[in-house]
Design a binder for this molecule. Structure first.
Ligand code: ADP
Ligand code: MG
Length: 255
């Protein structure tokens, strides 16, 4: 749980105002209003197909939306994918970890982590290596730097993906089911790394089915049902006394 006093608060890092997204005639996101303030950890839960990934992907411009307003750290993303300059800026400020680790298979762990800081942030190889070594240590795999992704377990690969995202010094981290592709015995090590990040004050938006993690780490839980925010609140409220019927039904299936 984040320490309330450590929060910087202030202007929201993420602001969505009546965002609507369609895939053809399929209305996938419906009037989504969402604000995430600096230091906040927001967990998004909901059934498969409810629009969680699409929401996350709209926030870093991987998907266009059709109506509404979306801002990341004061940079507007416009409907229909307009404003490409802003998009570049947003992508350097937002880190993302996916279900599939998406590491570069032909690069060592170290090179996976140093690539973007050198290419995008213009760091020297020496500086990028310093940062990468520190981050790999921090996620507990400092001794794996010279290996290739295929030589690592799933849990280790996902921690490389986390270190790689952090190497860009993001203002916001997005996670889309980061543990769903992992064997059960590896889920804990990835959740631990995420918990630590949350404790350090990172602003995080996390889609997960790990309800224990949500209860423990989230400042706020959002339940999405058929493309709408059906209910949101502190984890105790959502898990112990959900108000909306769809939330109750969902939780009775997963808890
Ligand atoms: P979740 O992550 O909650 O499981 P998604 O955001 O992936 O849900 O999907 C929401 C809905 O949008 C689903 O009905 C899904 O089939 C549909 N969808 C997702 N991506 C696409 C796409 N690229 N083209 C068409 N439909 C899509
Ligand atoms: Mg999804």
């Amino acid at each position: 749980m984040n320490d309330e006093t450590s929060k910087s608060g202030g202007e929201p890092i993420v602001r969505l105002d009546k965002v609507n997204k369609y895939f053809g005639s399929l209305h996938v996101l419906k009037d989504i209003d969402l604000e995430v303030t600096p230091g906040e950890v927001v967990v998004i839960i909901g059934a498969s197909g409810s629009g969680k990934s699409t929401l996350i992907r709209c926030i870093n411009g991987l998907e266009e939306f059709q109506q509404g307003a979306l801002e990341v750290d004061g940079n507007p993303l416009l409907p229909h994918g307009k404003a490409t300059k802003t998009l570049q800026k947003i992508r350097t400020e937002v880190g993302m970890v996916f279900q599939q680790f998406n590491l570069f298979p032909h690069l060592s762990v170290l090179d996976n982590v140093t690539l973007a800081p050198m290419k995008v942030r213009g760091l020297s190889r020496e500086d990028a290596i310093k940062i990468a070594e520190r981050l790999l240590d921090r996620v507990g795999i400092g001794d794996q730097a010279q290996k290739y992704p295929s030589q690592l377990s799933g849990g280790q690969q996902q921690r490389v993906a986390l270190a790689r995202a952090l190497a860009m010094e993001p203002r916001l981290m997005l996670f889309d089911e980061p543990t769903s592709a992992l064997d059960p015995e590896m889920i804990g090590e990835v959740l631990d790394a995420m918990r630590e990040l949350a404790n350090e004050g990172m602003t995080m938006l996390v889609v997960t089915h790990e309800m224990g993690f949500a209860r423990e780490v989230a400042d706020r839980v959002i339940f999405i049902h058929k493309g709408e925010i059906a209910e949101e609140g502190p984890p105790e409220t959502i898990f112990d006394s959900p108000q909306a019927e769809p939330t109750r039904q969902f939780l009775s299936r997963v808890l």
